[in-house]
Design a protein around this ligand. Sequence first.
Ligand code: ASP
Ligand code: MG
Length: 415
Amino acid sequence: MSLIVQKFGGTSVGSLERIAHVAARVGRSRERGDDVVVVVSAMSGETDRLLGLARSVQERPAPRELDVLLSTGEQVTIALLAMALQAAGWPARSYTGHQVRIRTDSAHNRARIVHIDDRHIRADLAAGRVVVVAGFQGVDEDGNITTLGRGGSDTTAVALAAALRACECRIHTDVDGVYTTDPRVVPEARHLEALTFEEMLELASLGAKVLQIRAVEFASKYAVPLRVLSTFDDGPGTLIGPDPEDHSMEQPLISGIAFNRDEAKVTVMGVQDRPGVAFSILGPVAEENIEVDMIVQNAGADGTTDFTFTVHRNDYARTLQIVREQTSQWESSQVTGDDRIVKISLVGVGMRSHAGIASRMFRVLAAENINIQMISTSEIKISVVVEEKYLELGVRALHTAFGLEGNGAAEHPSQ
Ligand code: ASP
Ligand code: MG
């Protein structure tokens, strides 16, 4: 008999029929003999509705009061699910974060979990009950209700799985797992059976938004195997786990292709090639809490160089303004920018042991006449920036060239 944590997101508990369906699904795990802790989100749209209510009372509601309000969404679904389980003949008990004692720090609206008291949960499991825990919420040292930030139920589930040493944390959602790339761009995208934490982090941060990033980091830190799977059909989903130590199995070179349409680039041309220049450009940007992604500086010629970096498109106008102000006194330098760019990234732990992936990537893009504007690499990722209009073409060409297509029809996320 093993202990599993099953998390169901807002769509999965979006109506009473769906809650009954979730109860049946949990019942099947019990029939197989597993002990089950269930974590649920609020019904879909509920957290947004509550936020709207708060904002119509006060433009900037106090974070503490907002947490008291937002946590009610999950309190509704835990109670309804516990009732549905009982109605189906499965003893069950619901708990808010406070009742479990999911202790967090006091950073309202974005709290971090510091400790979980497992006493009640263990006692209930021992008594044969399903334990239903509210996601997204906790309590601070002084008894204030806190929430973990949007999408935080994933983190609750992983933290519980870590604290209880569950053998698996299953995140049930409306897609049936992770794909080699977005099937809306490449219909032949293939469903992935397994990925490493590192790969998932790269794919998630690059836009394959299946799981809250923080939850993946947490799972990686505590080595909790995570499985993403559909609430609505029975497939095995995608298992995300540690890098297998046994590398005798042939690993694919590339596991997936991520892309990001939210980038914009800023270039400062003709800057002096001397110490402190990068800092004087990016310092004021960082001070405004604008996150910089890729950075490229050319080798200097004639004592000057070009400096280019990318930021989120939402920060583009602001960044241009900051850099223009900062460099306005500089002789001969000129600031330009472009917000019609995208980033395409190949991700795979197989890259570690294989040379030549970058050149293969560049050859494929060259054959399609796609100009590469920027390049950056890490141990398991190569990213390029290209003109926005080449996104689909580039991703499709790379997907084919690296043999990522499925044999036969891939199953598609049901959304
Ligand atoms: N209900 C919260 C939200 O909508 C938490 C979650 O769904 O994970 O962000
Ligand atoms: Mg969610």
